[in-house]
Design a protein around this ligand. Structure first.
Ligand code: C2E
Ligand code: CA
Ligand code: CA
Ligand code: CA
Length: 276
């Protein structure tokens, strides 16, 4: 069979006879991508808005596809979640971050990198062991990593998520609730979880300077997080005006295009150095 032209992983390809052949083919491609080093680690800086500037970043995957160029995660993560392949992707990402943290340039810096977990990872009884084994292999401390779990992934199966978060927290990982505000968790429930950070969903942050309730939602989320003793991060900060507004609301940290786009891992420390 000749190489087929890819226009989008989930689009119908008449050269294949069924939807399951499509699925199989993308799965094969993703496996190939991991084995042939086509996935790339990108890091997006997170900055402190008050006090001591720490060195923090979120790890985001990109697929450097030989034909299609740089493929954004939204074109393959949902598929990877449906098929369960995302568990391998999480391990790939976690190992890549550990490897990077162990490099001579990064090893002695007080860095903290956030890695995204998926719903599937929360159901994997082997997850803690596997992550701990990778930390040991690279000599990286669990406290150098923060694990981001979306509010909706937690609310999918709250009891199970709570048990998993407890185990991860006992291993020393920092934990963050991602896309906060979109998953309908209750306050009582939130209080029980061993999390360190709330990350306000970018849909609210991006709308802060427009009419409507977004600024109010951001302000109440910041207050809620602080009342629970949690660090609060705003993501999707696209303008200096929003950055200033967040600072005046005592938000702790910010991440977004106004600060920096996600960078190839090799460029992150260069960016950091330029910040002085
Ligand atoms: P997320 O975890 O909510 O990540 C934040 C997304 O917002 C990233 O998109 C980031 O590039 C984007 N972003 C950052 N600043 C701004 C901004 O100022 N404005 C706007 N409009 N967007 C901004 P990205 O890298 O395309 O990733 C999309 C989603 O894919 C992530 O959302 C996450 O759910 C998933 N993802 C990415 N990498 C991984 C991974 O390694 N594992 C897993 N499980 N999911 C991943
Ligand atoms: Ca995230
Ligand atoms: Ca998010
Ligand atoms: Ca998101």
């Amino acid at each position: 069979a000749g190489k087929r032209q890819l226009s989008g992983p989930l689009r119908y390809d008449p050269a294949l006879d069924s939807a399951s052949a499509q699925t199989l083919s993308l799965l094969t491609e993703l496996r190939h991508a991991v084995e042939h080093h086509e996935l790339r680690l990108y890091l997006q800086p997170k900055i402190a808005l008050h006090g001591q500037p720490g060195l923090a970043a979120e790890a985001l995957v990109r697929w450097q596809h030989p034909q299609r160029g740089l493929v954004p995660p939204m074109e393959f993560i949902p598929f990877a979640e449906q098929t369960g392949f995302v568990r391998q992707l999480t391990l790939w990402m976690f190992e890549e971050v550990c490897r990077w943290l162990a490099t001579p340039a990064a090893r002695h810096l007080p860095l903290r990198v956030s890695v995204n977990l998926s719903t599937r990872d929360l159901l994997d009884p082997e997850l803690c062991h596997r992550l701990a084994a990778l930390l040991a292999r690279y000599g990286v401390a669990a406290s150098a990593l923060c694990l981001e779990i979306t509010e909706s992934a937690i609310m999918d199966d709250p009891q199970r998520a709570e048990a998993m978060l407890n185990r991860l927290s006992e291993h020393g990982f920092k934990l963050s609730i991602d896309d906060f505000g979109t998953g309908y968790s209750s306050l009582a429930y939130l209080k029980r979880l061993p999390v360190d950070e709330l990350k306000i969903d970018k849909s609210f942050v991006m709308g802060m300077e427009s009419a409507g309730d977004d600024a109010l939602i951001v302000r109440s989320t910041i207050d809620l997080a602080h009342n629970l003793g949690l660090t609060v991060v705003a993501e999707g900060v696209e303008t200096q005006a929003i950055l200033g507004h967040l600072r005046s609301l005592s938000c702790d940290e910010a991440q977004g295009y106004a600060i920096s786009k996600p960078l190839p891992a090799a460029d992150y420390l260069v960016w950091q150095t330029r910040q002085g």
